[in-house]
Design a protein around this ligand. Structure first.
Ligand SMILES: CC(C)(COP(=O)(O)OP(=O)(O)OC[C@H]1O[C@@H](n2cnc3c(N)ncnc32)[C@H](O)[C@@H]1OP(=O)(O)O)[C@@H](O)C(=O)NCCC(=O)NCCS
Length: 277
């Protein structure tokens, strides 16, 4: 493919992958395109024993675009970096065709050995903003890496990966449920939520108050029951005094008679004792 055909393809890729792209002049201002074209030159020089010049071009491109692509990185066709700022692509990274990267993506290494230490990205892969793909791992074709995910293990083709550490949530279009993985509202995450400590303390206090309340109610019930028995006993005593004229706490028979006579007819029966005592 000649140079102009490749440039046309790069521009068409921008129109295909960025719904905000309106016309050619706008697209030609995209830093993602500038960085890609600079990388093509730098990579050519890198692979033709002009490594220092390659590095220089890469650094100049980084200065203007905020995208750092090591000249040694291998990048396929129809590659597009949307927004671009903060993208870092390491020396031994290999990127397939039709890959889309958003800003702040890192294709980085996890070791300092001079060997393959950066990821290999398959064809037709989307990597969301802020995602970090670390180590000499392979991301299979047609994968989608969620924004801010951190992936450090091989991912088979046709998967959606999200989270830290990255976990597969979709494979071949089907949802993958991992019961060991906490959801946003899962208690495992709530346990480390600082507000959860306050909520748990409040719940404990409510439980304590409810227990106290139950005890108080029980006490009131027993008191009422006790008073009722007391009144019944007193009534019984008063009645027996009336019939015998001597029994109970009244000193003389006439006391009981007075008590009975002075009882108001409006008063309840258990008020007898009040007059008697
Ligand atoms: C991951 C992504 C590619 C969607 O892939 P998808 O295959 O369509 O997956 P879905 O949208 O069905 O999401 C699958 C699950 O992952 C969750 N999820 C999606 N993106 C996520 C993310 N970045 N982080 C954490 N969880 C995420 C969804 O909530 C969903 O969970 P659920 O099944 O419990 O409801 C997309 O969410 C994403 O992050 N794209 C990057 C976009 C971006 O960076 N834009 C920047 C523009 S400037």
């Amino acid at each position: 493919m000649n140079l102009f055909a490749r440039i046309r393809e790069d521009i068409q890729t921008v129109f295909a992958k960025d719904p905000a792209a309106r016309n050619l002049i706008e697209v030609l201002t995209y830093p993602g395109l500038h960085a890609l074209w600079a990388h093509r030159i730098a990579h050519f020089l890198w692979t033709h024993r002009c490594k220092t010049l390659a590095r220089l071009i890469s650094q100049i491109s980084r200065f203007f675009t905020q995208i750092e692509i090591h000249p040694g990185a291998t990048i396929g066709r129809r590659f597009f970096m949307d927004h671009g700022a903060g993208i870092v692509i390491g020396e031994t990274a290999v990127i397939g065709d039709d890959v889309l990267l958003y800003h702040h993506v890192t294709l980085g290494g996890t070791s300092l050995v001079k060997a393959k230490r950066h990821p290999t990205i398959g064809n037709n892969v989307l990597i969301g903003m802020g995602a970090a793909i670390l180590g000499p791992i392979t991301i299979g074709d047609n994968c989608r890496i969620g924004a801010n995910a951190v992936v450090n293990k091989d991912i088979p083709p046709n998967c959606t990966v999200v989270g830290i550490p990255g976990r597969i949530v979709r494979r071949d279009g089907a949802r993958v449920d991992d019961p060991g993985t906490p959801n946003v509202m899962d208690n495992t995450i709530n346990r480390v939520d600082p507000q959860d400590i306050t909520i748990r303390e409040l719940r404990q206090r409510i439980e304590l108050l409810e227990q106290h309340n139950e005890k108080l109610e029980e006490l009131i019930r027993r008191l009422e029951a006790h008073e009722g028995l007391h009144h019944a006993w007193e009534r019984e005593q008063a009645r027996s005094r009336l019939t015998t004229g001597t029994a109970g706490g009244c000193a003389t028979p006439c006391d009981a008679t007075v008590a009975a006579e002075s009882k108001s007819p409006d008063l309840p029966a258990d008020m007898d004792m009040d007059y008697c005592i």
